[in-house]
Each structure stands twice: as C-alpha cells, then as structure tokens.
Write a protein that binds this ligand. Sequence first.
Ligand SMILES: *Cc1c(COP(=O)(O)O)cnc(C)c1O
Length: 451
Amino acid sequence: MSTTMTPDALLGGPSLPQERRIVTELPGPKSAEILERKAAAVAAGVTASMPLVAVAAGGGVVVDADGNSFTDLGSGIAVTSVGNAHPAVARAIADQAAALTHTCFMISPYESYIAVAEALNRLTPGDHDKRSALFNSGAEAVENAVKIARKYTGKQAVVAFDHGYHGRTNLTMALTAKNRPYKSGFGPFAPEIYRAPASYPYRDGLTGADAAKRAIDLIEKQVGSENLAAVIIEPIQGEGGFIVPADGFLEAVTAWCRENDVVFIADEVQTGFARTGAMFASEHFGIVPDLITTAKGIAGGMPLAGVTGRAEIMDAAHAGGLGGTYGGNPVACAAALAAIDAYENDDLAARADRIGRLLTERLAAIQQADPRLGDIRGRGAMIAAEFVDPTTGEPDASLVAQLAAACAQQGVLVLTCGTYGNVIRFLPPLAIGDELLDDALDVIASELTKI
Ligand SMILES: *Cc1c(COP(=O)(O)O)cnc(C)c1O
C-alpha cells in the first residue's frame, strides 16, 4: 500500500471533518463550565493541560464541547495511533460489549486474550519460544516484568536509567528518574532499585560504546551482576525527552546482560506498535530483549498492557502468581485485535516513517531560522524538538511551555516532555493527514517567532 495515501483511504474514513477550526475563545463557554466542575469534583493532583473538554475525536482531530476542532499531535500520549474511535476498533468494542464484558480470565478464559498473546508473541522481536501475560496499564506491565525477572533469576536488584519513565505506582515511581511531578512527597520508594547513566548523545557527546561502558562500570561497581535480576530501559526514552541512544549503546548493554544472567527488559509502552516506523523500537537497534512491556498503542485507546518474553523466563512464575481481576479484559482484547490488524494490514509503520520525514523536514527549516531549536531527533512518528539557550546550551523550559500553550490557543494540541521540560514531542495519530500536519507545523513556526 502506498504510504502517500490520505488517512481516509488508509483507515476507512474518520467521519469528523479533518480540519483545524477554532470558533470560540478557549476554553469555550461549555468547556469552561465543565472545567469548573472538574475543579470542584476531581482531585487537584489530576491536572488537565489543554483548554478544552473533548467530546469526539477521529483521524487527526479532537473536537470539543464548543465545536472547536483541534489538530491532535499527541494521540493521548501515543495511545490512539490507529486513530481515535477507529471504525474497526469501535465496532469490535461494541460487538464484544454486547456479547461478554467480563468473566475474569483466571476463572473463565476466553479466546480473545489468547489471540492477543499469540499476536504479541509473533510481532515482538526474536523468533524464540515466547509467552505473554496481559494487564491493565503500562505501570502494571512493568511491575509484572520485574516480578517475573526476580522469580526467574532468584535475584533482587533492578537497574533503571537516567531520564527513564516507567509509571506512577510505587515500584515504577522508584524506577522513574524524574522527581517532579512524578515522585515528590510520595516516598518511601521500593528498595533494590539502582540508577545508571543513559546515552544522551546531544548532551553527553559520548559514543554508544563509551556510554555503555560508563553504565556497565557503574553497575558492576555499585550493584554486581550476582545481585542483579534485571535491567529495564526504554529503547527510545519517552517522557525523558525522546532520547535516541547512540549507536551501539543498547547492543552493548544487552550483550552484557546476556553474559551475566541478567534479564534485559525493553519498556516499549510508548515506542511500541508502529509508532517509531517499526512495530517495536528495539528493531531499530537490532536488539532482542528477554522481556518486552507494552501498553499505550496496543488497543486503540482501551486500557490494556502486556508482558511478552522468553518462554522459560515468563513461565518461571508459579501458577496463580500472575494475573488480576481485569487484566486482559475481553472488550480491551477485542479492541487490541482490531488495532493490531490495522497496524499490520494498513502498514502503519510505513505511515509513521512518512510522518517522521515530514516533521523532520519542517523542523529542520525552523531550526535554520531559529537557533533556540537545539536538537531534532526521534524515529518515525515519535519526533522531538529540544529547545535551548543558543549561547549556553542551557535547557529552555519556559519557551517550550509558552509555545505549547500558544499552539493550543490556535487549535494545535502539542505535548511537552524532557527531564528539563524543554522538549516539544510529536506523537500524532498515524491516521493524521499530511495537510493537517503541515498546517500544524505552520502554526508552530509562526507561534515560535512571537516568543
Ligand atoms: C506511559 C508509560 C508507562 C506507564 O504506563 P501507564 O499506562 O500510564 O501506567 C510506562 N513506561 C513507559 C515507557 C511509558 O511511556
């Protein structure tokens, strides 16, 4: 299938007009009224960053309660990659909900869970014998990957990396690097978690081999492989700033893990499912993880997560040791099967590549004119623009916050990230059309000149 086709042809036609259209002040009056109720009813720790209340979404747009149509460059944090309310996903959800909404897989199993496990075993890197288990969220998948690695190795320590993000539960807060907003005041954190330096080519200037040596030296000195159950890393770090490690870094770390009986866990919760132009980001680096965690893009917006890996590691957990009431819910599994069908049969990895090329080209032109755009990086439709003070190279978080807010006012929803908060991240639905994307980049370029 040609990758230049419009999303209508690609995905069977989102029914919402694919346009950026702001018809009220923002937030509009209806959204503002609902947001007032939010302030009175929802815990203050649960923030909402965009000036709207969503009522519909599809293709590359989100429509609010006031009839404003926003261009979506975030996909609800890399979740609705196939497009929001994708027609086949919506149909699968409706059909499954009408037949069976829940039994608890551990009590009365159903086929769709098994079919999702089969798909994960087939699609994840490596042709070894695999098993999968399903959960509700990315954090829960990470927790279970650590449980499984500890049980398999009989060891306890876990190494995570600088700039890493793995979730908000107690164990995953400990694995996550950044204090604010994720951890501050929420300790004590889980024990036996150690942090190693990552590879951040724009800031450390190290080759992959040197960055890996730095990390491995620290692990050997401070932890010791005889105590280490697992190393967990995002092949491309997400919340930390879409950091692509230097060539050779991940290869060296995986090789060291293999030689030292340490389970290598790739957290592909954000990078998985065609997002980076490959089904999984590990493929870009030629690595075959022992365990892979997935969530976000897996089910077109339904909450579902997975751990997939080597059969002998996955099967180390005793009967009844893994599971949960809702894990692998049948409605979520039906959605996942429809979404996975779209990833494979509509060649969304190729679409992600094309989106990445469009974004990178436009950002390079912006960088030519504005040296505050220090670095453009990423793979496929996971692209970052890191903003700095051009004379000192210091991160410029204030510029990025202003730019994201200004773009939202113009009807472009763009997310920020980064350890230093100075990164604009592009995660558009793979269902977005070239014209809408191009128009969003016009808005970003124009708003940037006003800051
Ligand atoms: C979002 C994310 C998580 C946590 O997923 P939740 O579903 O929010 O619990 C874990 N790891 C990575 C890499 C993520 O991006």
